[in-house]
Design a protein around this ligand. Structure first.
Ligand code: SF4
Length: 376
């Protein structure tokens, strides 16, 4: 994971072209929240230009059979993660609960703090959840053979390539996600395809895995995952409407931040770290019994996924990352629905297939486990 380009990714674009040229395959693509505020930079646009609609159009023109949105699965992650947090709080479970959607930080805790493997949420990361739901629910709904579905993830992240290859993230010997390409690799593919990205018209993602709320968009920035979880946990715990969904005390770019959110008679203490050096400090406090947080969000990259190792290089220019962050919050504000549990396609997924959040089927499909690995 390297936003400064000291390390670069293994290129997997040829695998995507091979899948797209195989008439026997049904090729599904998904794009992460952070891509839509950064990809334009590789086509001469200003940092923070929102290109969501152009992205959907470009993917359709490239020939993907279905163009889905990882934001949908970010909403799904919140259904599970907020449920898990409430379950732990109400049942004396392990606290703090740590978010688990950043594979670089998950690998870090497995190597560096193997005694703390019961603190991260067991939720799979959003793109892995979407891969699972594509090869189960979507395959069934569309009458498709899951073995003939290829799931491609366009991610801001190099670590997601290794994550997709983790043995425990497979189901029935079918990878949940088959190919991961980064934002930079994807831009190369658009150029190879001769697509004039800057001048594309807008279009929408496909359904049933393309609807999303503002809560899912903010996954792209540091603090966003935990803010999205709090939006949902608040309404579930109080039964009251959360009128102001923007938790400014959780926002910003500082490497370690904290905030307290009052929910009913509880003060929920939140910690946030971005960058693994900062994560280490919060993890040492947990190990030493000094942590007082209920929940912690950790992202390996400074700024979160907007500053990810697969994004257009920013060479340490924090202003670029800040513009991407402002665009993320702008995209959130533009959404009619801003809480994950209001996403109608998510509600339908539970009604038709999963049952209830954090239930038996969800545990089977959407949760994972972690393993102690050799200290390095
Ligand atoms: Fe990947 Fe960085 Fe985002 Fe973690 S913070 S998921 S390493 S891009």
């Amino acid at each position: 994971v390297c936003p400064t380009a000291a390390l670069t990714e293994i290129n997997h674009t040829h695998k995507v072209w091979e899948a797209l040229s195989d008439p026997d395959k049904h090729v599904v693509v998904q794009v992460a929240p952070a891509i839509r505020v950064a990809l334009g930079e590789l086509f001469g646009m200003e940092p923070g230009t929102i290109v969501t609609g152009k992205l959907a159009t470009a993917l359709k023109r490239m020939g993907f059979d279905a163009v889905f949105d990882t934001d949908f699965a970010a909403d799904l992650t919140i259904m599970e993660e907020a449920s898990e947090l409430i379950h732990r709080i109400e049942n004396g479970g392990k606290l703090p609960m740590l978010t688990s959607c950043c594979p670089a930080w998950v690998k870090f805790i497995e190597h560096q703090f193997p005694e703390l493997l019961d603190v991260p949420s067991t939720c799979k990361s959003p793109h892995i959840m979407l891969g699972t739901i594509t090869k189960t629910y979507y395959a069934k709904k569309m009458g498709l053979d899951p073995n003939k579905i290829v799931v491609v993830s366009v991610m801001p992240c190099i670590a997601k390539k290794a994550e997709a290859a983790r043995p425990e993230l497979t189901k029935d010997h079918t990878n949940n996600v088959d190919i991961v390409v980064t934002t930079r690799e994807f831009a190369t593919m658009l150029k190879e395809a001769g697509i004039d990205f800057k001048n594309l018209p807008d279009s929408d993602f496909d359904h049933p895995l393309g609807e999303s709320t503002g809560a899912s968009v903010i996954f792209g920035t540091t603090g966003g995952v935990i803010e999205a979880a709090i939006r949902t946990a608040y309404e579930w715990l109080t039964g009251e409407e959360l009128k102001n969904v923007e938790f400014n005390q959780l926002r910003g770019m500082a490497g370690i931040r904290e905030g307290t959110v009052k929910i009913k008679d509880m003060d929920i203490k939140i910690g946030i770290a971005n960058g693994l050096g900062n994560a280490r400090k919060l993890l040492e406090d947990i190990r030493d019994g000094k942590s007082t947080y209920h929940a912690i969000e950790i992202m390996a990259c400074p700024g979160g996924c907007i500053g990810g190792g697969g994004q257009p290089y920013h060479h340490g220019n924090e202003e670029v990352v800040k513009k991407r962050q402002q665009a993320i919050y702008q995209e959130d504000r533009s959404k009619t629905l801003r809480k994950s549990h209001e996403n109608p396609e998510i509600l339908k997924l539970y009604e038709e297939y999963l049952g209830k959040p954090y239930g038996e089927k969800s545990h089977e499909l959407l949760h994972t486990h972690y393993e102690a690995r050799e200290r390095i």
